[in-house]
Design a protein around this ligand. Structure first.
Ligand SMILES: Cc1ncc(COP(=O)(O)O)c(C=O)c1O
Length: 368
């Protein structure tokens, strides 16, 4: 069959998972899969939340509103933006990946800049969509080159995949405001943020008020529902919003109503908030224990956390993917996450620290 080849590559991370399974079968020994990108300290317990959903309702059974069920968009406005934005600026989507795809395909810019260490999907999506892209070294580079960024967009991912670091909100906001007022488009990809930040979120409130910022969010990580494929996009730009809404119709024909109502219940009901809080509490406790352990035992690659804080759900360790595999630890080599610094990255790999701390200690102790 004649096929349009996009040039995008299938995720190497999935391939590593398959290799680990195979090795485990062949050797009969346990492998610790830290290559994946989901919070796996615990699952979210939604048993008290599901009974609150009315399955015999049109709301759940029939096509939802194209831009998302209104009460969910209102709940997002309240929870993420302190009611300072509007439900009209929020578009419920089929997850973060789909949002990024639609955003980069809809945006009319000369070029999109990706961080030096980046989530591989950015590059593959842009390759697939024929979007011109390049890489930026760090935030100082953006700060010092604002005049060269006219008609361009930059992706900011904080906390970062793959580094798992979080920049100071105030410093990051200073840079974003400078870029925004110079007319540079900021694509803020923050699916890990709400795992850590609860209560009033002044950073997101400020971000949502800026005209050149597009926020791309997801419920995959912050409430552990990657299986539900749900996220949202926020923009103040009416022209962009209008085109995005048209495309959303022909891409999704409305996003799964069950997932929307489930997330709505998690954001708004007592039972839902408790379930989400408990999920985050256990996840963060596990990650903090893992960071402390890796740090104390010299495995954490401190050089990546000089002007930022390691928070998760990933961290960089100072061992290569091959070295870790000798100790039956699955990881993703850092070279996989960069196009411009492969040599520098050779000695490191990314592990998911949102994983069972007892297991991490057991497997890494063998390497000491
Ligand atoms: C940085 C980043 N953005 C967005 C996503 C998208 O997640 P999802 O498509 O599950 O919403 C991921 C998933 O791993 C990610 O790491």
């Amino acid at each position: 069959m004649k096929t349009k080849k996009s040039g995008a590559r299938y995720s190497a991370i999935v391939g590593i998972g398959e290799k680990l399974k195979q090795l485990s079968i062949e050797t009969g020994r346990e492998y610790l899969a830290l290559n994946r990108g989901v919070p796996a300290v615990t699952l979210i317990d939604i048993s008290e939340v599901v009974p609150l959903l009315d399955f015999n309702s049109g709301e759940l059974q029939i096509y939802p509103q194209n831009n998302g069920i209104l009460k969910l968009r209102e709940a997002v406005n309240k929870k993420y933006f302190g009611n300072k934005s509007s439900a009209d600026n929020i578009f419920i989507t089929h997850g973060g990946m789909g949002t990024i795809d639609m955003v980069v395909d809809t945006l009319d810019v000369e070029e999109i800049l990706i961080p030096k260490f980046y989530w591989g999907a950015y590059r593959n999506i842009m390759t697939m969509r024929n979007v011109v892209h390049d890489f930026y070294e760090n935030y100082e580079f953006l700060d010092q080159n604002i005049d060269k960024l006219q008609n361009k967009a930059v992706i900011i991912c904080d906390p970062s995949n793959p580094l798992g670091n979080k920049y100071d909100d105030a410093k990051l906001m200073q840079l974003i405001k400078k870029l925004d007022s110079a007319g540079v488009i900021i694509l803020f990809d923050g699916p890990y943020r709400k795992l850590f930040i609860q209560g009033e979120d002044l950073f997101y409130q400020d971000l949502a008020a800026l005209p050149n910022v597009i926020i791309m969010e997801s419920f995959s990580k912050s409430i552990g529902l990657s299986g539900q494929r749900l996220g949202f996009m926020h923009t103040n730009d009416k022209e962009f919003a209008e085109e995005f809404n048209i495309r959303l119709l022909y891409v999704t024909n409305g996003v799964n109503a069950f997932a929307q109502l489930l997330v709505h219940a998690l954001l708004t009901t007592k039972e839902g908030k408790e379930a989400a809080d408990e999920f985050r509490r256990i996840t963060i406790e596990g990650m903090n224990r893992n960071i402390e352990y890796l740090r104390k035992n010299g495995f954490l690659a401190e050089e990546f956390y000089q002007d930022s804080t390691p928070v998760g759900i990933f961290t960089i360790v100072n061992r290569s993917e091959e070295e870790l595999l000798e100790y039956r630890i699955g990881s993703v080599g850092l070279p996989f996450f960069t196009s411009t610094a492969k040599d520098e990255a050779k000695a490191y790999s990314r592990i998911c620290i949102a994983s069972d701390p007892d297991k991490i200690e057991k497997f890494f102790n063998r390497m000491k």
